[in-house]
Design a protein around this ligand. Sequence first.
Ligand code: NI
Ligand code: MN
Length: 225
Amino acid sequence: MKITFYGHACLGIETGDTHILVDPYISANEKASHIDINQIKADYILVTHAHQDHTLDVETIAKHTGAMVISNFEVAGHYGDKGIDVHPMNHGGSWDFEFGKVKYVNAIHTSSFPDGSYGGQPGGFVIEGEHKNIYIAGDTALTMDMKLIPMYIKLDLAILPVGDNFTMGVDDAIIASDFVECDKVLGYHFDTFGYIEINHEEAKRKFFDKGKDLMLLSIGESIEL
Ligand code: NI
Ligand code: MN
């Protein structure tokens, strides 16, 4: 499994022959100006919630690639109404896609589209694919619900927001990694705006001091699991 960071909360995941894109917010992200959304491959687009910093480029990329949008019922309905292929889910539900199993899990946050319309309840995803299991937390506070995840799966990677202010910050992300029982963490949702700028070295050191590994990728950089 290969994971590419496209800035903010946007990830590309390659598992087998399948390209999955998560929460595309690229075209308005000045820090991601070197990423061309027309070059991004996507068979599926996973959307954690409706906020613009997670959905801005969904429609463009879905129409360009023909990708299926997987999200909560309301977000899926929003894109289904635009003629995009969708798969609606809701919290606690799983589905076996051709690339693996996806579960939509709880997040503590809000979810509205830029025009104020209802975007359902926000969530995260647990993906089982190609012998690797990952958790994408989405925008969320630290929540006890995270403790449910290791009851049914052994994670290889937890992708957690670390930017603070709109989501949990570094200290709560360390506790979250305890809750999900995964010491290998990819941080996201940081540095895009002034509110969520973090000190990278301090964040990594805090994880290291707890025996954990925090990865903070440059935009466009990839890791292999
Ligand atoms: Ni949000
Ligand atoms: Mn966000």
